[in-house]
Design a protein around this ligand. Structure first.
Ligand SMILES: Cc1ncc(COP(=O)(O)OP(=O)(O)O)c(N)n1
Ligand code: TZP
Ligand code: MG
Length: 230
């Protein structure tokens, strides 16, 4: 009997959230890709290298966001990678995803925690601000995100953050995410400063060889011990 396809089919039918693995490694974020089949192909090629996948599409309407994220869920389940909705807690709930990422305009983290429950992954953008990180921790965030650390072609006007924030936020004992213009060449410094997850869009999805790029980010974790562990 061919067991693997059967197991894969069962996993794809399972809507329940995954148990949360340790949050460390490459945090892939989807590019704005209007073609759903192409989005799935692009994600499929690199998903095996990710610790988390965030569905982010700033140009889609609500119906396309729902369709695309629903289509990504079975891929993530089969790969054992938690799926996070950017911006919209309602979308995460509707899809049965594993969590949501909230920026300053995306809702109150404590209220979203109360809606999504204790097991949801709730990430909070803290930009360049340790006070925001303290507030996020108090509100029940699963991780705190800082950045942009480098100029980002995806979000050219993003606020900029310094490496000190990664070091100074170690006291909060939460996984720390770095975002913004991260490439395989600048990744090691972030990990050495305490980043547990590197959130990346263009560095993987616009790379000439996306799987090779994704592998290169993973390598930054294998060879770099955090200077300020969580
Ligand atoms: C992991 C991670 N960190 C930061 C962000 C940025 O969130 P936000 O400031 O709400 O900006 P948009 O992504 O909504 O443009 C993120 N999405 N993910
Ligand atoms: C959403 C977001 N927030 C700060 S920078 C950024 C974009 C990250 O994309 P890239 O990895 O292409 O710089
Ligand atoms: Mg947002």
């Amino acid at each position: 009997m061919r067991i693997l396809p059967v197991v894969r089919q069962i996993l794809q039918m399972t809507p329940s959230p995954l148990p949360v693995p340790p949050l460390r490694g490459l945090y892939l974020i989807t590019p704005d890709e209007p073609d759903t089949e192409r989005l799935l192909d692009r994600v499929r090629a690199v998903l095996g290298h990710a610790a988390l996948l965030q569905y982010r599409n700033k140009t889609a309407d609500a119906a396309l966001r729902h369709r695309q994220m629903a289509a990504l869920l079975p891929l993530c389940r089969a790969a054992g990678v938690p799926l996070i909705a950017n911006d919209y807690a309602d979308l995460a709930i509707a899809i049965g995803a594993d969590g949501v990422h909230l920026g300053e305009d995306d809702g109150d983290p404590a209220a979203v925690r109360a809606r999504l429950g204790a097991n949801a992954i709730i990430g909070v953008s803290c930009y360049d601000d340790l006070a925001l990180a303290r507030a996020a921790a108090a509100a029940g965030a699963s991780y705190i995100a800082f950045g942009a650390f480098f100029p980002s072609s995806t979000k050219p006007n993003a606020r900029r953050a310094s490496l000190d924030l990664l070091r100074d936020s170690a006291e909060l004992r939460l996984p720390r995410v770095a975002i913004g213009g991260i490439t395989p060449d600048n990744a090691r410094g972030l990990v050495a400063s305490g980043a547990d997850l590197l959130a990346v869009i263009s560095g993987v999805f616009d790379a000439p060889d996306p799987p090779a790029a994704a592998r290169a980010y993973r390598a930054a974790f294998e060879s770099t011990a955090p200077e300020f562990p969580t």
